[in-house]
Write a new protein. Structure first.
Length: 320
């Protein structure tokens, strides 16, 4: 089902662990970390554009996204009386966001079509195939193409990791099931999983069984977030650490992220995110070399404003 599958996609956990077992009845527990939250903590801008009410932010799946666009159209979509937004409208909104997206971003785009009742928006797709289900697939494929073209126009260096998958399939009458949610046969369980981009060898087919639960840790690993977090976890376990001190040779690790000049905080933020995700009880950040980040465009009045914010929150321990 859509909601439990997406919770697994975002957390790497199965339904008995993350707690979402059906659509619309549960919300993700606030103590469960998400893919978007970990990437945002590592310095990525995060945005999501979804096509169905079942993924509305009230169910907790928006956690970690700077922008979670769950605006829907009229009631009655999806065959279950819920609002939905067609793929072309979802892509329109995503492309608009991409126009000003920073270099490091995580973008999640969700299509609800194809989904019963099958009512493809594209007349060309309807004419090209006798199956309304296939026509909806054709329409979704065309919109995915628009999205990929927009990404290539904005970021043409080949440095973007692309992941395409599905939350479930459709039985279309196999085993007596018209759509999905009741059976666990291949028609609903076997879904595409396609990766392309940095760190992904071209043309490789993984023969072993993979799961939606594998997607989040794979993305984190390719983004350079997960290995560091794993390393701190192992250090904590084997050395029984009770404290960790991160040392920044400048001050850009304390930038909020909306400044004109950020310096070079990516590595700092990745370390901070990994430590934050650990169970090490005492975590400290020490900044040395005040002034050196001027060479990287950092405005130190903004650094001091960030320090003032941290002080108000009780997180600043002083200057030596």
């Amino acid at each position: 089902m859509t909601q439990p599958s997406h919770a697994t996609l975002f957390t790497g956990l199965d339904p008995p662990t993350h707690g979402l077992r059906t659509n619309g009845s549960f919300a993700l527990d606030t103590g469960i970390d998400t893919l978007a939250a970990q990437l945002r903590a590592a310095g990525f801008a995060t945005a999501a554009f979804v096509g169905a009410l079942v993924l509305e932010s009230q169910f907790g799946l928006s956690r970690g996204f700077d922008l979670y666009d769950d605006r829907m159209e009229a009631l009655g979509g999806g065959g279950i009386g819920l609002p939905e937004r067609p793929a072309d409208a979802v892509v329109d909104a995503a492309i608009h966001w991409l126009e000003t997206a920073p270099e490091r971003f995580f973008l999640f785009v969700h299509f609800f079509d194809p989904h019963k009742p099958y009512a493809p928006r594209s007349r060309v797709a309807r004419l090209r195939t006798a199956s309304l289900y296939d026509a909806e697939i054709s329409h979704a494929d065309a919109q995915l193409g628009r999205l990929l073209e927009a990404i290539d126009r904005r970021f043409d260096d080949g440095g973007t990791l692309m992941v395409v998958t599905s939350d479930h399939g459709e039985s279309l009458g196999e085993h007596g099931e018209p759509t999905h949610s009741y059976g666990i046969y291949d028609a609903t369980q076997r879904v595409p999983l396609i990766l392309a981009g940095p760190g992904v060898p071209a043309g490789v087919v993984v023969e072993r069984v993979t799961r939606l639960a594998d997607v989040a840790p794979t993305i984190l690993s390719l983004a350079g977030v997960a290995p560091l977090a794993d390393a701190y976890a192992k250090l904590h376990e084997h050395l029984m650490l009770d404290a960790v001190v991160l040392v920044d040779g400048g001050t850009d690790s304390l930038m909020r992220g909306d400044e004109v000049g950020l310096g070079t905080p990516a590595e700092d933020v990745a370390s901070m995110a990994a430590v934050s995700a650990s169970n090490i009880p005492r975590q400290y950040l020490v900044c040395i070399g005040f002034g050196i980040d001027t060479f990287h465009g950092v405005c130190h009045s903004q650094f001091l404003e960030a320090v003032a914010d941290i002080t108000r929150l009780g997180g600043f321990l002083g200057v030596t």
